[in-house]
Structures are given as structure tokens and as C-alpha cells.
Design a protein around this ligand. Structure first.
Ligand code: NAP
Length: 478
């Protein structure tokens, strides 16, 4: 495959640019060097924003059929080179090759949806004569691009979460500057490569590599940037929100998602789905299952099966087909998880299985009897640790599920429609999955959190709403 990131240049406004300084991209599995990318400076960011001002005009003028063609071609390019994209994700992040392939498939779907949604950015007529002062007038509203979108993305889905920014931004006629996570910049650069090959006019897209702490403010605070679309942790999100000033902010933040298992559930299904939801991407997943509330009559059966399935997980070489779970993104992260588990055990939690660290690897871990005063009972773990709790009934489950500051998604396993409906009504989250774990998502659905889990929604159609403004038009008739 022809490549334009050889030498690991960053993609600034349509040009492949070297850095003056470099950042090493390290494989967390063995500490080996995967590649190097430029460490962009504030001046590079300023230059990107200047170029994006022209790019925004080009993007807004681009007819919808061209936007659709370009995004579609970028999707085709990724599909054609899918295995290379998957290997890159798996090398730079902590995903296994099977997890990485799934992410590539989703990124292709995200882009195809973006191309498709471009034709559905519509308005409505406005019956102006509903007001006495509106008599003799007709009109409508249409949606217009905001201009320049600044996108900041995390490490855990280094391709598809970037596609969730670039796809809808271009579909809706915006220019976009992406700052990917410093530990996983290669997949984002390869996404830029797909758009480069697809013929995207220059200055519409930049993927600028560099540390958020150094170049983030230049993007976030710049008045020409009309929206910051952020996916990442709560602390970074809060800091960006404080600095952004008068612009839109989209905040896709973390959670510690609950799953409720009632006594009429299909236990095998609930266990399989919750184990996968807890340990996907080594638990580094914003939707990851963290707290499971199981009705007492089922608790022992569920607990035993859950531990059995967890112990069957194969941990090891990310690139091997048989591996179920790879390492954490860094050894530092694995140590953070280890400390959280130790704190819980010291406070009386019971270690049912797991709890072993080896470098950046942390074994899939199941805890019970976790007291409410430990950090991992209320905060996001973002690692392969899951807590099981017996509950008396749905009332208790809902109360405990809601008793945290987060609210991204929740799952409930039940065959009782009334119970499912109560969960839908009362769970404080952005999505309720019935007979699936909190970890279920398709890229077309509205996605985002309530409470500290975020602001706004992604999912292509919904991201396009966020990335556009309405303009009202009124004709006074003669
Ligand atoms: P993070 O530490 O908050 O970093 C996210 C991004 O913010 C990175 O690109 C980072 O750059 C950048 N950043 C850091 N400091 C910044 C600053 N001062 N100004 C501007 N940008 C700055 O998050 P992470 O560890 O990569 O990702 C894990 C978190 O993301 C978890 O909490 C997870 O739940 C959340 N997440 C949410 C969703 C969702 O859709 N709701 C999806 C995935 C992940 P550097 O890498 O250079 O520091």
C-alpha cells in the first residue's frame, strides 16, 4: 500500500509535515518502539487554525454529492486496507487483533453513515402567519456548518472515535482539526491518509500530533474554533469546558456503568454479555460494565458462572488470534488499577478472581462485598475490574445504579416488560439496553451521557445536529 505517513509526518491542512521534535509511540505489551510522530508546537496549531479558516469556506461550499463521494471513498480505502489498519490499532493501543478488526469495521460503517447522513441535513418551512405580525410572509430554516471544529480524542478507540468526529464534520460542511491521544496517534494519521487519497480538498482536515497539555489550549481557547468536540476523561473535559469560552462544547466522558440482572433473566446470556462488556479492550471502554446488581435468588448461580467465564479469558500477545485480552495502555495505568483494587481489599472487598499485575497487564478481576467508601465503588475504573452486588429487587437496583455521579449507559436483563419500562423511565443514563449489557452500541444511535458523563450526543445524525446551526429565512411577499 502506498503510504503518506512514512517518516510519521502529521497532516496539517492537507500537507504531510515533519516535526522539529518527536514523540515515541510505544507498544504497551513489551515497551518496544512502534513509531515516532511529530510533537507539534503551539505555532503549528496556530497555523492549522489559520489554514482551517480557508478550509471552512471550501468545506461549506462543497456540494453534498461531493462530500458523500469523498467520505465514501475514504471508507472504501480503509476497507481495502483493513488488515493494516487493524494491525496499527493493535500495535499502538492495548487492543487485541480481533478487537482491532472489529473497530476497523465500525470505522468503515461510521464513515458510510456519515456519507449517507450528508443528504439528510434538512430544514422545515415555518408558518410565519401564525403570528399577526408574520402575515404576508413565507419562509423556512436550514442548517449551516459552524465553521471550524476542534476535535480531541482518547486512546481507547483510536480509529473509530476519530471517525466519529471527522465523518459528521465533513458531511455537514465544516473544517476540522483533530488532536488525537499522544499514546495512539498512528490510527488517526492513517484516517487522514484515507481522506487524502479520497481527494478531500486541502485545509479542510488537519490531524495534529502533540501533547494536549502543550497545544490543547491553543485549540480550545481560539475564538475562530466554533466547537470543541471532546472525548476523554472527566478532569480533562472539565478543564476544557472552563477554557473554551463562547463556543459549543461536545463532551463524551467516562462512566462506571451498571448492569441489572433480575431473577427472570437468561443467566447464560447475562453472564456472557457482561463478561465481554467488562473486559473488552482490557476494560478501557467508556461503556464498560463496572457494577453488576444481581437479584439475590440468582446471585450465586450468576457469580459462579461469571467467575468461570472470566477465568477462561486468554490474556497475552495482542497480535495472536487466540488472545481475548491485551495489556492496559501503559504500565502506569496497570499500577493505578492495582492500587484501586488494593484499596478496596484493604477496606473489606473480596477478591473472587484476578488481581494480578505483570508489567502493563492486569488480569480480569472480579470483586464482591465492595464497600461504598472505596474509590472504585463510585469512580470510573477504566480497567478490567468488575464488582458484583446482590440486590433484593428492582427498586434497590435502580437506586444503587443511580447513586453515582456518572450516567452514560446501563443494561438490564429481564423478561418482564414492566420492569424493563421502569428501568427505562428511572435510570439516569443516556441509553438503556434491555437484555444487553451497558456495552452495546451501534454507530448510528444517539450516544452520550447525562450527569458527569457528558454533554451533547454523537452518533452521526446527532453529531451533525451539534456541528450545525440553524438559520431562519423569511420572505416578505409583495
Ligand atoms: P484524557 O486523558 O482525558 O485524554 C483525552 C484527550 O485529551 C487526549 O487527546 C489528550 O491529549 C487530551 N488532553 C489532555 N490534556 C488536555 C488539555 N489540557 N487540553 C486539551 N486536550 C487535552 O482521556 P484518555 O485517558 O485518553 O481516555 C480515557 C477516558 O476517555 C475515559 O474516562 C473514558 O471513559 C473516556 N471515553 C469516553 C468516551 C465516550 O464516548 N463517552 C469514549 C471513549 C473514552 P494527550 O494524549 O496528549 O494527553
Amino acid at each position: 500500500m502506498e503510504t503518506h505517513v512514512e517518516g510519521k509526518k502529521m497532516f496539517l491542512a492537507g500537507e504531510w509535515v515533519d516535526g522539529k521534535q518527536w514523540i515515541d509511540v510505544i507498544d504497551p505489551q513489551d515497551g518496544s518502539l512502534v513509531d515516532r510522530v511529530p510533537a507539534a508546537s503551539k505555532a503549528d496549531m496556530e497555523a492549522c487554525i489559520e489554514a482551517a479558516k480557508a478550509g471552512a469556506k471550501t468545506a461549506a461550499r462543497m456540494p453534498v454529492f461531493e462530500r458523500m463521494q469523498i467520505i465514501g471513498k475514504a471508507a472504501d480505502y480503509i476497507e481495502l486496507n483493513a488488515e493494516l489498519y487493524a494491525r496499527t490499532i493493535s500495535k499502538e493501543s492495548s487492543k487485541t487483533i480481533r478487537e482491532a478488526r472489529k473497530e476497523v469495521g465500525r470505522a468503515v460503517e461510521t464513515l458510510r453513515l456519515s456519507a449517507e447522513e450528508a443528504r439528510r441535513i434538512t430544514g422545515e418551512t415555518i408558518p410565519f402567519d401564525q403570528s399577526p405580525s408574520g402575515q404576508g410572509r413565507v419562509g423556512y430554516y436550514r442548517r449551516f456548518p459552524l465553521g471550524i471544529i476542534g476535535a480531541i480524542t482518547p486512546f481507547n478507540d483510536p480509529l473509530n472515535l476519530v471517525a466519529h468526529k471527522i465523518g459528521p464534520a465533513i458531511a455537514s460542511g465544516n473544517a476540522i482539526i483533530v488532536k488525537p491521544a499522544t499514546v495512539t496517534p498512528l490510527s488517526a494519521l492513517m484516517l487522514a491518509e484515507a481522506f487524502f487519497h479520497a481527494g478531500l480538498p486541502e485545509k479542510i482536515l488537519s490531524v495534529i500530533t502533540g501533547r494536549g497539555s502543550e497545544i490543547g489550549d491553543s485549540l480550545v481557547e481560539h475564538p475562530a474554533v466554533r466547537m470543541i468536540s471532546f472525548t476523554g476523561g472527566l478532569e480533562t473535559g472539565l478543564s476544557i469546558t472552563r477554557k473554551a469560552g463562547l463556543k459549543k462544547v461536545g463532551m463524551e466522558l467516562g462512566s462506571n456503568s451498571p448492569v441489572i440482572v433480575l431473577d427472570d433473566a437468561d443467566v447464560e446470556d447475562a453472564v456472557a454479555s457482561s463478561v465481554s462488556g467488562a473486559f473488552w479492550a482490557a476494560g478501557q471502554n467508556c461503556l464498560g460494565v463496572q457494577r453488576i446488581y444481581i437479584q439475590s435468588s440468582l446471585y450465586e448461580t450468576f457469580r459462579t458462572q461469571f467467575i468461570d467465564d472470566t477465568e477462561r479469558y486468554i490474556i497475552g500477545d495482542k497480535q495472536a488470534e487466540i488472545t481475548d485480552m491485551g495489556p492496559l495502555i501503559t504500565e502506569k495505568e496497570a499500577k493505578r488499577i492495582e492500587q484501586l483494587v488494593e484499596e478496596a481489599l484493604a477496606k473489606g472487598a473480596v477478591l473472587e478472581t484476578g488481581g494480578v499485575r505483570d508489567g502493563a497487564f492486569y488480569s480480569p478481576t472480579v470483586l464482591t462485598n465492595v464497600p461504598e467508601n472505596c474509590t472504585l465503588a463510585s469512580e470510573e475504573i477504566f480497567g478490567p475490574v468488575v464488582l458484583l452486588y446482590p440486590i433484593a429487587d428492582l427498586d434497590e437496583a435502580i437506586e444503587r445504579a443511580n447513586a453515582v455521579d456518572y450516567g452514560l449507559q446501563a443494561g438490564i436483563f429481564t423478561k418482564n416488560l414492566d420492569h424493563a419500562h421502569r428501568a427505562i423511565e428511572e435510570l439516569e443514563v443516556g441509553g438503556v439496553m434491555i437484555n444487553d449489557s451497558s456495552d452495546f452500541r451501534i454507530d448510528a444511535m444517539p450516544f452520550g451521557g447525562v450527569k458527569q458523563s457528558g454533554l451533547g450526543r454523537e452518533g452521526i445524525k446527532f453529531a451533525i445536529q451539534e456541528m450545525t446551526d440553524t438559520k431562519a429565512v423569511c420572505f416578505k411577499l409583495g
